[in-house]
Every structure is written in structure tokens, then in C-alpha cells.
Design a protein around this ligand. Structure first.
Ligand code: C5P
Length: 406
């Protein structure tokens, strides 16, 4: 349990600002001291007297007030925890850029305390690649992002973008302070997902391998998004270029054989298995005990390769009726029609529930932060076409899987 904390609650200009009152109240009732820093936009949505009464403290907004007490850094320096609820797309962008053009920006920059954001905005704004890239940047700096939840928004529309409920925000924030992994209840709560990511390396000798250009970014984005939405994620990792997210179980699987062993072990406990890793189709028939020497091999070296088992096809074949099995396929197709045709044939061969297909080439598809995919459902129907930041693509893929399971 955490002792009494100095909590800064940042409030920014969105309709969900009214729900910030519940966040402040929970902290105060739990015995913490709350200092509200509101943007001028926030005060258009919720009144200063309400915030002052509930927080039992003056509310600060202006950068050029309290200059004698160096308020622009003092609030951040004194904070044990900063919670920004709601966090608008604008504030998220400013924080990602490190801007300090208002009191909240200064407070965050001047603080070493954990920062927790509860985004709230319309679905289009949340899914915009700019917002997703900013969120990814903030997460990579250790910021905890709670929600957004999916549901009714301000207008008649509904979807991801609703601010998470105050109790969930407070729980995640206190967990962030006590060093626990903040786990957000979400639409994948209770769902066990196994995700493979990266590219396998098939050893030739103690120093060489046959490998591929997969960075693991799309698989890691899927793991990040699924964990954020409440799933229990097992990430089977094969040479990732990017760090695995917090809050997931990571199992290293350097080669196809090790990946097969890890997947075979984890899959029976999974509701969903997503095979995003690029698994080598072949491996050297013999692995040399010592380094192959050119003095011995001469001018021409022939490698004999043997086929690896198709892990995805095996999984699909043995899947329980309540399991969803998803494959990925990176193809060097010449256009979308060819890509979809190859994808449909592969989906039928593998027997999985979904196949996410993307185009690759010398200058396309690998190691980037964006992706462009077509997701095919059993029978070959197009369930999704999506382009954008890999995290945004991951969110859409999970939306489809969730809808199918429901
Ligand atoms: O046949 P192809 O390698 O294009 O299939 C790609 C899909 O199959 C990916 O989901 C990959 O993880 C999976 N795969 C597999 N076992 C292999 C090769 C690929 O599970 N030996």
C-alpha cells in the first residue's frame, strides 16, 4: 500500500473533464493531497469552484501567476504522481513533443514522478496515426496510458475513445507509483492471448545463421495493445528490434524449433493465438559444431536445407472450437489483387481463422513504424483493410478478433 501522496491531477479541455471530479474525489478520500492543474480549455467544461471544493486546494491554470514561488516548476517537483484525466489529443501531442507552453506542460517536464494519462477523444482522433505515434512515444518513456475504453461518445457515435472510469484510473495510477504493472480493465479482460513476434534464426554453425528482416514491431504492437486492453499476453519473442512491453510474459524463442516448442506449450491455455513472427520455412540440414572455414569449404559452399514444420497449420488443425488462430503473411505481390489472391490461397492451406496479409519488398514492409494490411477471414472474405501506425493496425486487428469472438 502507498502512503499519503502529493498527487497532481492535470485536467485538459474535453467533455470528460466532468469525470475528473470523480478521480480527484477518490484520491482525496483515500487520504492523498491533490493539486489540480487545469488548462484554460478544461475550465470551459468544469467549474473552478467545483474543482477547488473537491480537491480542497486552489486550482492553478496560469503560467504567469505565482512566479515568486517559481510555481511552474514547484508543483512538478513536489509531485509523487501526475495523473492527466482527461488527456486530449492536443495535450498528448504537446507532452510527446516536450512542450511547456502552459502550466501543465511545465509541471510534467519539471517532475520525475510517474505520469499516468487517461486519453479521451473521438475514435477518429484516437486512431489517427499522429495520436498513436505520440502515445507510443510517451509509453516508450514510461508513461502509463489508461484506456481509452470503448463505448458511447459525446455525440451519437460510439467506439474506442471514452475516458476510462475514475476508479480504474486511480487504481492504475496507484499501481504505477508502487511499481506494479498497471493493468487496465478493458474489452479483452480475462482473454489469454499468445503472440509470436520477430524473425527466427536458423543456426548454421556457432557464429552464423539464416534469418530474415522481421523487426517484431507489429507483433510487439499487438502485445502492447492487447495487454493495455486487459488481455493476459504471452509474447513469444524471436530476436526483437524493439523492447517487449511491460506487463506481458515474454518467452525467448530464437529458432523455429524453439518457437514451436514455446507455442506448443502455451497454446492450450490461449483463447487467441496470433502468429506474427516470421518463422523460417527451412533450416540447415546439419548444424556444424565448429565455425565453417573457407579453407575447408573452398570456392563454392552448398547449403542443404530441410523444411521446418508449419507451426500455424499444426495449431489450426488442433485448435479447440473456442480458440481463434491468426496467421500473418508477408508477400512480394505486384498489386492488391495479387496480394489478396495469394492470401486467400494461403489461408485455405493453413486452415487458420484469419490471415493478416501485407506487402513486402526491398523497400517495403520491414522495420517501419507503419504497416498496410488486409485481414482475411475464413472463406477469404476481407475482414479489414488498414494502413497506419503499427499500434493503430494492432488495435483494429484486435477489434475484429473481439467482434468475432462475441
Ligand atoms: O507460409 P508462410 O511462411 O508465408 O506463412 C506465414 C505464417 O505462417 C505466419 O503466421 C508464420 O508465423 C507462420 N509460419 C509457421 N511455421 C512456419 C512458417 C510460417 O507457423 N514454419
Amino acid at each position: 500500500m502507498t502512503g499519503s501522496l502529493n498527487v497532481v491531477v492535470g485536467i485538459t479541455g474535453g467533455i470528460a473533464a466532468y469525470k475528473a471530479v470523480g478521480v480527484i474525489r477518490s484520491f482525496v478520500l483515500a487520504g492523498h493531497r491533490v493539486q489540480v492543474v487545469a488548462t484554460t480549455g478544461a475550465l470551459r467544461f468544469v467549474g473552478r469552484p467545483t474543482l477547488e471544493a473537491i480537491s480542497r486546494n486552489p486550482v492553478h491554470t496560469e503560467l504567469y501567476e505565482g512566479v515568486a514561488e517559481v510555481r511552474h516548476v514547484a508543483i512538478g517537483q513536489a509531485a509523487d504522481l501526475i495523473v492527466i484525466a482527461p488527456a486530449t489529443a492536443n495535450t498528448i501531442a504537446k507532452l510527446a513533443a516536450g512542450l511547456a507552453d502552459d502550466l501543465l506542460g511545465n509541471t510534467v517536464l519539471a517532475s520525475t514522478a510517474p505520469v499516468v494519462l487517461a486519453p479521451a477523444m473521438h475514435t477518429e482522433m484516437w486512431q489517427n496515426p499522429a495520436t498513436q505515434a505520440n502515445i507510443a512515444t510517451l509509453r516508450s518513456r514510461g508513461v502509463t496510458v489508461v484506456g481509452p475504453a470503448s463505448g458511447q461518445l459525446t455525440g451519437t457515435d460510439s467506439g474506442p475513445g471514452r475516458m476510462e472510469e475514475p476508479d480504474a484510473i486511480v487504481d492504475a495510477a496507484l499501481a504505477a507509483v508502487s511499481g506494479e504493472t498497471a493493468r487496465t480493465p478493458g474489452d479483452l479482460d480475462g482473454c489469454a492471448i499468445v503472440i509470436t513476434a520477430g524473425g527466427t534464426r536458423e543456426p548454421l554453425d556457432p557464429v552464423r545463421f539464416l534469418g530474415n528482416r522481421s523487426s517484431g514491431k507489429q507483433g510487439v504492437a499487438l502485445a502492447t495493445a492487447a495487454a493495455q486492453r486487459g488481455a493476459a499476453v504471452t509474447l513469444i519473442a524471436s530476436h526483437l528490434d524493439v523492447p517487449a512491453p511491460n506487463g506481458v510474459t515474454v518467452i525467448d524463442a530464437p529458432s523455429a524449433a524453439e518457437l514451436q516448442a514455446a507455442v506448443t506449450d502455451a497454446a492450450p491455455r490461449a483463447d487467441i493465438v496470433i502468429m506474427a513472427a516470421a518463422v523460417s520455412d527451412y533450416r540447415p540440414a546439419e548444424v556444424q559444431e565448429s565455425k565453417i572455414k573457407k579453407e575447408d569449404a573452398g570456392d563454392e559452399l552448398l547449403l542443404r536445407l530441410v523444411k521446418n514444420p508449419d507451426i500455424l497449420a499444426g495449431l489450426a488443425h488442433n485448435a479447440r472450437p473456442d480458440q481463434t488462430i491468426v496467421g500473418f503473411a508477408a508477400e512480394t505481390a505486384h498489386g492488391d489483387d495479387e496480394l489478396i489472391r495469394i492470401g486467400r490461397a494461403k489461408l485455405a492451406r493453413k486452415g487458420c481463422d484469419f490471415l493478416v496479409v501485407n506487402r513486402v519488398g526491398w523497400n517495403e514492409g520491414f522495420a517501419r513504424d507503419t504497416n498496410s494490411v488486409v485481414m482475411l477471414a475464413r472463406g477469404g472474405t476481407i475482414a479489414l483493410t488498414e494502413s497506419g501506425d503499427k499500434l493503430a493496425v494492432a488495435e483494429r486487428i484486435l477489434d475484429i478478433l473481439l467482434a468475432e469472438r462475441r
